[in-house]
Ligand binder design. Structure first.
Ligand SMILES: [Zn+2]
Length: 375
């Protein structure tokens, strides 16, 4: 059940109550591809850094270790010992980006696993079945992720198929949720808006899926190579046609600035691999811009990554030590940078929520961006 608590301009402060607890929005979901945040981060760590939602990838878990095995164990929550909400993607994005030898038909997609070459078929029903086996809190609809750029004709055909697939997803999810041995019979379903950078296709699709009474709505197929300005423009045009009394999720985005700009345009769910991937490479976010912890100027720096930061890295360790760990390729160095980055994102989302509640979002956003551009 989603409740829109407050609006400040278009920015939404919401709350989604689920069987696995309440999600306060805007929220940044922390990406754990194969049911683990890369960088040796445990679910105890996630609780420590204020993570609300963990995101796992359906495709990855399906090809290894297998969703049937995870269901037999009792579902993903039990498997990874995480009792807060989990969102699973549909597998679509990985099928269209990672898997080899794809063949798209009305029924679904045939492809070869990127792990062992095994032939796999995935359509709307299969994706829903896998996500039901995982027992996530929120399942994503199976959509086609069109290439960028795509011709108008290709995009229109692709979006029409995505709509037909969404109807099949909804029907299959209803069936699965009613079965006796379902891991999470209260699983929610979010639909996905597509249409690339064609505003009229995006808007028509947003209107169509809004009528389907889903639990939430995502905007997919952005941050795939178009400019930031194009992405913001598409959000300006499309978000007003999605129901504001449901979650609005921008998939795979982005930098702190992208998030701040998108919140202003009415988005309140985000996920991205940037904080974890950058952390693993020693790149850390601060309120004064990004730092490269490999830099020689930190070799005798006694300060934490960011002064005043309450993350597990900054509470205990100096920049000099973290730089040393990274140079020595010690896993702890990577882990501390990932923890700091996720804490930075989670904390920024908490500041965003407070700013919206207090009706000063625009002012907060401008100040935050100006600070990060300092360097
Ligand atoms: Zn920190």
């Amino acid at each position: 059940m989603y409740e829109l608590i407050k609006k400040d301009g278009r920015a939404k402060r919401g709350r989604l109550v689920t069987v696995h607890g309440t999600i306060e929005t805007p929220v940044f979901m922390n990406v754990g591809t194969v049911a683990a945040i890369k960088g040796a981060v445990s679910t105890d760590d996630l609780r420590d850094i204020g993570t609300q939602v963990e995101l796992s990838n359906t495709y990855h878990l399906h090809v290894r270790t297998g969703d049937k095995l995870i269901k037999e164990f009792g579902g993903l929550h039990k498997f990874m010992n995480w009792d807060r909400p989990i969102l699973t993607d549909s597998g679509g994005f990985q099928v269209f980006s990672l898997a080899k030898l794809r063949k798209i038909k009305e029924e679904g997609v045939s492809f070869s696993s990127h792990i062992d070459g095994r032939k796999i078929f995935m359509g709307p029903e299969e994706s829903m079945q896998i996500q039901s086996n995982l027992g996530s809190t929120i399942a994503m609809a199976f959509d086609e992720c069109p290439p960028h750029p795509a011709t108008r004709q290709y995009m229109q055909n692709s979006v029409d198929r995505t709509t037909r697939w969404l109807e099949r997803c909804k029907k299959e999810m209803k069936r699965l949720n009613s079965l006796e041995d379902t891991v999470n019979p209260h699983q929610l379903l979010f639909g996905i808006n597509q249409g690339g950078t064609f505003e009229d296709i995006r808007i028509a699709h947003a209107k169509t899926i809004s009528d389907m009474d889903l639990d939430g709505y995502a905007i997919g197929g952005l941050a795939v190579g178009e400019s930031h300005e194009e992405m913001y423009h598409i959000l300006d045009e499309t978000v007003p046609y999605l129901p504001e009394d449901k979650p609005t999720y921008l998939m795979g985005v982005g930098t702190p600035v992208n998030i701040l700009e998108s919140v202003e345009r009415g988005v309140d769910f985000f996920d991205c691999v940037y904080p974890t991937r950058n952390g693993r490479h020693g790149h850390v976010y601060t309120n004064h811009g990004k730092l490269n912890m490999f830099n020689k100027k930190y070799e005798l720096d006694h300060r934490p990554i960011e002064e005043g930061c309450q993350c597990p890295a900054c509470r205990s360790y100096s920049r000099a030590y973290i730089r040393h760990l990274l140079k020595a390729k010690e896993m702890l160095g990577m882990r501390l940078c990932v923890l700091h980055n996720l804490y930075f994102y989670n904390t920024m989302m908490s500041e965003i929520r407070t700013a919206i509640e207090e009706g000063r979002y625009k002012e907060y956003k401008d100040q935050k961006i100006a600070g990060m551009m300092n360097q």
